[in-house]
Write a protein that binds this ligand. Structure first.
Ligand code: GLU
Length: 424
């Protein structure tokens, strides 16, 4: 008899169930009408598509893809597309719901959506990746559009993938539609500052939190989990501000160096080899060890559910900034909150990406492009305002930053729904 092992996944619990649980808790604290909570607990629309692709060896492989819209009460839906072997429909639904809250919290006129394709982009050739992206785009072409639903990069996708989505959509309608997707390369209507935006927003968030505590970034010890777009730029920005980044990791594992890691060298190594493996500026550690390291600030910037009720009591950091979406489970939240750890929640901490996506969408619609300093100054304004609103609610009501952020966001979406009224 052979045993078929379940594929290893980072998802220990159903993420959509966790997202709904978060919503129920927040609704109770903020006394939101149960009828509205019922509406907001569900996704407006979920499309499942089959994406057949001719592989380089002549075989045909079929990939399952999703595009989910959670809510459009405050504007067209917005959210990234994830390429990862562990993608599930319920994961995409949770990520779509979090996009609704994120856009509401930072006050940009979008609802929430997310897409995903079950695949390992690292194992596809550039041509296979392009064919898969174009076929997936044409399968969801009736769902997306600049006034309807606007995709962007997420885990496993990048500006190159956005360029193919933009081109496929534009070829089908017969003219270039800049506003259909954000995170595009600069030479075809991307925005300056978009690539670094998620990390820059997280940096502003850390700066504000430290200011509230009378501390400085300079000299702070930091551990960053995940060295993709978000983790690598956040490590770099903190390093440039004088923080000591003592641990970094990617999906292959990580390194620890109590004297501080040379982050520009780590980024150069990752760019050259595609991984942090083989970068020797400290001793090797696993991802599980990294989140438990002694440091001032922990930045989980990879996938969901890395800190759960199983390990939260052993986390030594005093402050956590969620570069990833959903890296802490509600169980972990409770333990960390009791221990006085300040958690800057995903919908606030990583909102910089969608904020500059909003700027890119506006620039595309107006065909008028801004300087990088303008992009960063406006990002700073929005992040600082959202941080202060969240901090004040946390401070005045004695609730966690997560409950405060979700409460503000859910209330805004509930109010927009009430103002519009239920159709018909
Ligand atoms: N995928 C990113 C997020 O989770 C960016 C979304 C966007 O720019 O629309 O926020």
């Amino acid at each position: 008899m052979t045993t078929v092992e379940a594929p290893e996944t980072h998802l220990r619990e159903n993420p959509f169930e966790l997202a709904k649980e978060q919503l129920r808790r927040v609704a109770k604290t903020f006394q939101i009408d149960p009828n509205l909570v019922n509406v907001l607990s569900q996704c407006k629309k979920a499309v499942v598509v089959s994406t057949p692709v001719s592989m380089d060896d002549g075989a045909i492989q079929v990939f399952e893809g999703y595009r989910v819209t959670h809510n459009i009460a405050r504007g067209p839906s917005k959210g990234g597309i994830r390429y990862h072997p562990d993608v599930t429909l319920d994961e995409v639904k949770a990520l779509a719901m979090w996009m609704t809250w994120k856009c509401a919290l930072v006050g940009i006129p979008f609802g929430g959506a997310k897409g995903g394709v079950i695949c390992d982009p690292k194992k596809l050739s550039p041509l296979e990746l392009q064919r898969m992206t174009r076929r997936y785009t044409s399968e969801i072409i009736n769902e997306i559009g600049p006034e309807k639903d606007i995709p962007a990069p997420d885990v496993g996708t990048d500006p190159k993938v956005m360029a193919w989505i933009f081109d496929t959509y534009s070829m089908n309608v017969g003219h270039s539609v800049l506003g259909v997707v954000t995170g595009k390369p600069l030479n075809i209507g991307g925005s300056l500052g978009r690539l670094e935006a998620t990390s820059r927003g997280a940096l502003y968030c850390v700066r504000e939190a430290m200011r509230k505590q009378g501390r400085k970034i300079e000299g702070t010890t930091v551990a960053v989990q995940g060295f993709g777009n978000v983790g690598s730029y956040l490590a770099l920005f903190l390093h440039e501000q004088g923080a000591k980044v003592i641990a970094i990791s990617d999906s292959q594992g990580g390194i620890h160096n109590a004297n501080g890691i040379n982050i520009p060298a780590a980024i150069a190594h990752k760019q050259e080899t595609g991984t942090l493996a083989g970068f020797r500026d400290g001793e090797a550690i696993t991802n599980d060890e990294l989140v438990l390291i002694e440091c001032d600030l922990l930045a989980p910037c990879a996938l969901e559910q890395v800190i759960t009720s199983d390990n939260a009591d052993r986390v030594k950091a005093r402050m956590i900034v969620e570069g990833a979406n959903g890296p802490l489970t509600p169980g972990a939240d409770e333990i960390l909150d009791d221990r006085g750890v300040v958690v800057m929640p995903d919908i606030l901490a990583n909102a910089g990406g969608v904020i500059v996506s909003y700027f890119e969408w506006v620039q595309g619609l107006q065909e008028y492009f801004w300087k990088e300093s303008e992009v960063n100054a406006r990002l700073n304004d929005i992040m600082t305002r959202a941080f202060n609103e969240t901090w004040n609610a946390h401070d005045q009501r004695g609730i966690s930053m997560r409950t405060a952020a979700y409460g503000i966001a859910v209330q805004r979406v509930a109010e927009a729904t009430m103002t519009r009224g239920l159709y018909p």
